[in-house]
Design a protein around this ligand. Structure first.
Ligand SMILES: Cc1ncc(COP(=O)(O)O)c(C=O)c1O
Length: 334
């Protein structure tokens, strides 16, 4: 269960690119959530009855955590900075849109907006600060062992269990294909998946003669922010993946029409639907790397990290923006 995803091929920017189809691992835990939350799924947590998560109200991890909580019989409190009006409307209008937010609520998740005006959070600037306040409150209570705090986006040591399995699958696949020089590319948010993957190749897979490198790009806050995220998980820079860029600094969740068009072209030519938050940036950075000749003489493996449920909220926003920008309609066959 939740392992051994298949590998497909697509043609992109004149190159053959292998695609690790982690999006097909499981309907509810697709992509990197299947890898990051694997540890919680396969292990027992005696005494735990309650999990606390945090992040964006449209995050894939909200939905995956809600499924995890349901399977394990845990209560889920998920803290967010803010819930956008269009997400709230989707619920109240019963629009039928299956978004991460709407499906998580359906699974019983308690999605809680931090009340930033409350005294409790007066010294907090970020969601992480507010979660620390909640953690301290929880520690003061006698029942704190019942609660498991899961950091935003699954950015924690536990994620290693499943990501190392992904690394092993890639090594076995490369050997079976007779591939010696492999560049693995995946876009990063917290950087957890890319970092533990690189760590696996450096520390666990040295016995093979394969030349494997992990390349990634930032989609949140720029390259220096991504490096600081890597450092929080491991201060050993030898274990950090290589960050590549197309020269742009992107704002997470912002709509970039040219990137959307690239996403569409890939959908049309390969039939593979990628996520709309991370992959348009990832595909553009990969395109840039291919065009600049960086990946010459190496096979390329792109990891499809799932997240397609989130497309239900992103796609109407893109289509609206595109319609406002130019009047021609767009066909998406889904
Ligand atoms: C579809 C998709 N791609 C990429 C990422 C980024 O992963 P990470 O936070 O491990 O860098 C995420 C977030 O988990 C995701 O849902």
């Amino acid at each position: 269960m939740l392992t051994n995803s298949r590998t497909d091929v697509m043609y992109f920017t004149g190159r053959q690119v292998h695609i690790k189809r982690d999006d097909l691992l499981h309907a509810d835990f697709s992509g990197n959530k299947a890898r990051k939350f694997y540890h919680f799924l396969i292990n027992d947590f005696p005494g735990v009855s309650h999990i606390v998560g945090s992040g964006s109200a449209q995050a894939n991890s909200l939905y995956s955590l809600s499924v995890l909580a349901k399977i394990k019989g845990w209560k889920l409190d998920y803290y967010v900075s803010h819930i956008a009006d269009y997400l709230k409307q989707q619920l109240s209008l019963s629009s039928g849109i299956r978004s991460n937010y709407s499906q998580a609520i359906k699974n019983g998740a308690n999605v809680i907006e931090i009340d930033w005006s409350s005294n409790r959070y007066h010294a907090c600037h970020h969601l992480d600060d507010a979660i620390n306040v909640l953690k301290q409150d929880c520690l003061r209570k006698s029942n704190f062992q019942e609660t498991l705090f899961i950091p935003e986006g699954g950015r924690c040591e536990y994620a290693k269990t499943g990501i190392y399995i992904l690394g092993k699958e890639i090594v076995n696949w490369a050997i079976s294909q007779g591939i010696n020089k492999l560049s693995i590319f995946l876009p990063s948010g917290t950087g957890t998946t890319a970092l533990y993957l690189q760590e696996y190749f450096v520390t666990q897979a040295q016995k093979t003669t394969l030349d494997i490198q992990v390349l990634t790009c930032s989609t949140v806050g720029g390259d220096s922010y991504l490096i600081s995220q890597f450092n929080e998980l491991s201060s050993n820079s030898q274990l950090h993946p290589q960050i590549i860029s197309d020269g742009n600094k992107y704002h997470f969740g912002k709509l970039y029409l040219s990137l959307f068009q690239l996403w569409q072209q890939v959908l049309d030519s390969s039939g593979i639907e990628f996520d709309l938050l991370y992959d348009p940036i990832g595909l553009n950075v990969l395109k840039h790397a291919i065009e600049s000749g960086e990946l010459k003489d190496r096979e390329i493996l792109y990891i499809h990290q799932g997240g397609l449920l989130g497309n239900a909220t992103m796609l109407p926003r893109y289509l609206r923006k595109q319609a406002l920008t130019k009047n021609d309609s767009v066909k998406i066959n889904r």
